[in-house]
Design a protein around this ligand. Structure first.
Ligand code: CA
Ligand code: CA
Length: 678
């Protein structure tokens, strides 16, 4: 094997990328700032930029491009003077060492974890010029940028950049720029932005399973635009080479069997297993023992391309090898408990005289409000901390917050979002979505995710404290989700599929699109309905839950991914996908529907191939995936939370109180899960 030339298909994401979505027991996706605009169609084959050759000119500037700042006005203009392709380029005049003129592309939706390549040609008459590749989050804050510089003069030079979209990225832009410290004149032309395409994509449905006599490895891959051939698989230090139609061989006389599904075919001459272009399939190897790393829920193996010499890492769910090591987790319990106590005390400092806790939200940083979703996490966190410690103060804090939730529940059963929210802060921009004022949902408008999270906290409160008013409030909330004008909507005439609107049923665009089929709402609701059904046995819940589950199932794609919403077909953040899978898994288990359970589990393995690996904290999910040992994920989460807690007991210093409260909730839930008692 030629180690020098091998290119490895590895995507890395920084940090704990699925923390928000990983809070499966108290799914708390950021509500606000959450909606990217509907994706526009890519222009050209792979180039995601509109007007990349700058040929479409309006008012002396390239259409679909924007001046970088006010200084750029008059300094940037379309030009025919020096052109790389077509008839037009753009000219940047940089007159001083204090001004940096620039021109930015339109915002392009991106997928976190995918790599993107940006390129453009620049020609310096004098001075230097730069190309930037920028990534943005849902709040339209720039979260990363990389830069390439052209310092030559008198010639066109291509600038290229490659960078991975960070976990929170929703959009990318490219920027033509002359640095502030620079003086000179530059031309730019022929820009491109594209997702880096490998010959192979990794699909969901990847498992390594411990059997009685032998283990089984299954990986699913799809060929992109070209056919691919694989000649070996490397798993935990062992290279297994395909030798004939049924067998693989490894060092030391290892012999094992392989089989395939989908479009895989055996090429006897090349001694390789092949996939035609644009086809997918699964490879299964069995008949031997594998030795994955201990304490890891997800482990990686690689499949090797016979031609092109590339390794593709596939993350698989390692099931049945070991159970989570609670004794090891409990080593961190004293520090985790101290952190939870501090977080609970911190949240008390934000309590108002009427019983609610003031929640700081990153979209409204200067306007903390008693948001029910944040308070639901405050209640749940304190409730669980009481269960771990038996100390009355945490019980009192939980009860006080749950009583407050009952107090603020709206007459229709919904729970209101305390901030006015409209297109200026990332919600839908269509004025017809806001019949009240054409601009936003007024403060206090109920939303499904706020309502379902409040109801879940109330149900947990009912089970812990036995107070019937909590159950009654959760039932009223469920009634809102199912029967309010803005609640559950049937999606077909036969009433087989349904979805719960994110906010209201007022249209979100001029075509009459609605805020149904924003799938994490349905996933979150399924968890609520399953919990409520176990308490009440109310069979109406089964009718509606089945309709939500059928619809979710239908929208999981062949690779087991699911988009954020119908209007963002390529935006697939794993944190939101996880809420969908968890809802479908919970409901599939309740209903005994194996295909729903299986599809949800495949979804987790898709996620882990995007996140590499994903953070799996909860053992009910680990069990459903075949019995994974997630000890290291728990330890890493605890270590991170313990080490990043601020002096005041929060993690965000008041910038994001939902996240602070979720930290408490998750720490307390993990202490319960590891069977720790103070
Ligand atoms: Ca041009
Ligand atoms: Ca300058």
């Amino acid at each position: 094997m030629n180690g020098k030339m091998r290119r490895r298909h590895v995507l890395r994401l920084g940090g704990l990328v699925t923390v928000a979505g990983a809070l499966g027991v108290q799914a708390a996706p950021a509500l606000a700032g959450g909606h990217p605009s509907p994706a526009s169609d890519p222009v050209g084959s792979d180039n995601l930029l509109a007007n990349p050759g700058l040929e479409d000119v309006v008012d002396d500037l390239p259409a679909a491009w924007n001046l970088w700042n006010a200084d750029s006005r008059g300094l940037v203009r379309s030009s025919t003077e020096q052109v790389h392709g077509g008839a037009f380029s753009v000219r940047l005049e940089d007159p001083s060492n204090t001004v940096g003129p620039g021109l930015r592309s339109a915002f392009v939706p991106v997928t976190p974890g995918l790599s993107y390549q940006a390129s453009a040609f620049s020609y310096n008459v004098s001075g230097s010029s730069q190309l930037l590749l920028e990534f943005w989050n849902a709040d339209r804050r720039r979260i990363s940028a990389s830069t390439a510089t052209n310092s030559t003069t008198g010639t066109w030079q291509e600038l290229t950049l490659e960078a991975e979209a960070p976990a929170e990225a929703t959009h990318a832009t490219v920027l033509f720029y002359c640095p502030a410290a620079n003086v000179g004149t530059a031309f730019f032309d022929d820009a491109a932005l594209s997702a880096v395409r490998w010959k192979v994509s990794i699909w969901g449905g990847d498992y390594l399973t411990r059997g009685k006599a032998t283990d089984t490895l299954t990986v699913r891959v799809a060929a992109q635009k070209d056919p691919v051939a694989f000649d070996r698989v490397e798993a935990f230090g062992t290279v297994l080479t395909f030798v004939d139609k049924h067998r693989v061989a490894g060092p030391g006389g290892i012999r094992a069997r392989w089989s395939s599904s989908g479009a895989f075919r055996w090429d006897a001459k090349a001694k390789a297993v092949t996939l035609p272009a644009n086809e997918d399939g699964g490879l299964t190897i069995t008949g031997l023992r594998f030795h994955p790393s201990a304490r890891e829920a997800f482990v990686s193996v690689s499949v090797h391309e016979a031609h092109g010499d590339q390794d593709h890492d596939v993350w698989v769910a390692a099931g049945g090898f070991a159970t989570p090591d609670h004794a090891a987790e409990r080593q961190l319990a004293p520090q985790a408990l101290a952190a939870a106590r501090k977080a609970s005390d911190y949240l008390e400092t934000r309590r108002t005289s009427d019983g609610g806790v003031l929640i700081g939200h990153s979209t409204w940083p200067d306007d903390p409000q008693p948001d029910p979703q944040g308070n639901a996490a405050v209640a749940t966190g304190n409730l669980r901390l009481w269960q771990v410690t038996g100390e009355a103060r945490y019980r009192d804090r939980a009860v006080r917050t749950l009583d407050w939730l009952v107090d603020v529940q709206l007459p229709n059963g919904g729970f209101g979002f305390p901030w006015a929210w409209g297109g200026d802060r990332g919600h839908f921009t269509y004025a017809g979505h806001y019949p009240e004022n054409g601009q936003n949902h007024p403060a206090g408008t109920p939303y499904a995710i706020i309502t379902s999270n409040a109801a879940k906290a109330l149900l947990e409160g009912y089970e812990a404290f036995g107070r019937p008013e909590y159950l009654a409030a959760a039932e009223r909330a469920t009634d809102y989700l199912l029967h309010d004008r803005n609640g559950f909507q049937w999606l077909d005439d036969n009433h087989t599929r349904g979805s719960i609107p994110y906010c209201t049923i007022d249209p979100v665009d001029a075509d009459g699109g609605r805020s149904t089929n924003i799938w994490n709402i349905d996933g979150s609701s399924l968890e609520l309905f399953a919990h409520l059904f176990r308490i009440t046995g109310d069979r109406e819940l089964l009718t509606y839950g089945d309709a939500l589950a059928r619809n979710l199932y239908a929208h999981i794609e062949p690779d087991a991914s699911i988009a954020y919403a119908w209007y963002t077909p390529t935006y697939k953040p794993t944190g939101y996908a996880q809420i969908c899978y968890t809802g479908l898994l919970t409901w599939g288990q309740l209903r005994g529907r194996d295909p729903w359970v299986k599809r949800a589990c495949d979804g987790y393995t898709w996620m882990t191939n995007v996140d590499r690996p994903s953070l799996l904290l909860w053992e009910d999910q680990a069990k459903a995936l075949g019995g994974l040992d997630n000890t290291n994920a728990v330890l890493e989460y605890l270590e991170t939370k313990i080490s990043t807690q601020l002096e005041d007991g929060s993690w965000t210093g008041g910038a994001n109180t939902r996240s602070d409260a979720s930290g408490l909730t998750t720490l307390a839930a993990l202490l319960k899960q590891m069977e720790f008692h103070a």
